[in-house]
Every structure is written in structure tokens, then in C-alpha cells.
Ligand binder design. Structure first.
Ligand SMILES: [Zn+2]
Length: 140
């Protein structure tokens, strides 16, 4: 399986991420995407960002653990880790890359740099290298 293979994301999940990003700006929003056993994205769960600063995200550790347990109990996978960049591009920051702890999950970043044109991009971050993964939005 190629690391550059396109992945599919239902439009409803994309819309939920964009709405949350807008609601929580100027802070970064964050959450997780659950995948099913076939690694298709099926659900989005917003998580509280407890970083307490504008340029970073830290999902509430208990909420993240709880979400991860529930996803795995349901036979799913932690498909993606999501956060927003209210004022910067939809690319991982240096901190995002250095601190990425889920090499098997996608990192989804929504930029509100152009408020009327939110941009969602997907990345895989392994061994401190970020590679973009083409994202195909599918009808909800
Ligand atoms: Zn970031």
C-alpha cells in the first residue's frame, strides 16, 4: 500500500470539522476521526483543546483516551487526528511534526487563513517527516 494513496472523507465529517474550527477560533480546535475495520472514516468526535494558548493544540488526555477506547471497542481504528490552524496554512507546524505520536493515523488540518475558503488537508507524519495524503471528499 502506497503512503500517497488517496483517502476518502465523508463531506459531513469535513463540515463538522470546519464548523468546530470556526466556533473555537482564535483557538485551535481538535478531535479524532474514527475509521471502521476497512479503514474508512465513519465518525468524527470533537475533543476539548486544553493547550490554553493560541498556537498549539493538546487534546484533553482523558477525553482522547476515552475516545480511543470506544473506537477500538467498536472494532474501529483511530483513523485521524484533527486540529485547526485559525491563521496559518493547513500544513503541519514544526511542533506538529516533532510531537506527532500516531504514525498510523492521519493528521488532518483545517486552515481558516482565508475565512471564506476553509482548507482541509491530510498528512501522515512518520519519523519526523510529514507527507501529504490526497484527500477525496465523498458525499455525505
Ligand atoms: Zn498545528
Amino acid at each position: 500500500m502506497s503512503g500517497a494513496a488517496a483517502v476518502r472523507l465523508p463531506a459531513a465529517l469535513r463540515d463538522a470539522m470546519v464548523a468546530q474550527a470556526r466556533a473555537e477560533a482564535p483557538f485551535e480546535a481538535c478531535g479524532v476521526v474514527a475509521g471502521d475495520a476497512r479503514h474508512e472514516a465513519v465518525a468524527y468526535r470533537p475533543l476539548p483543546n486544553v493547550a490554553g494558548r493560541l498556537d498549539w493544540f493538546q487534546p484533553d488526555p482523558r477525553a482522547l483516551l476515552q475516545a480511543t477506547i470506544e473506537i477500538e471497542d467498536g472494532g474501529g481504528v483511530l483513523w485521524g487526528i484533527y486540529h485547526s490552524h485559525p491563521r496559518s496554512p493547513a500544513r503541519p507546524s514544526e511542533s506538529d511534526i516533532v510531537l506527532a505520536a500516531y504514525p498510523d493515523s492521519l493528521y488532518l488540518i483545517c486552515s481558516l487563513e482565508r475565512p471564506d475558503q476553509p482548507e482541509l488537508r491530510a498528512w501522515r507524519i512518520q519519523d519526523a517527516v510529514a507527507r501529504e495524503v490526497p484527500l477525496t471528499i465523498t458525499p455525505a
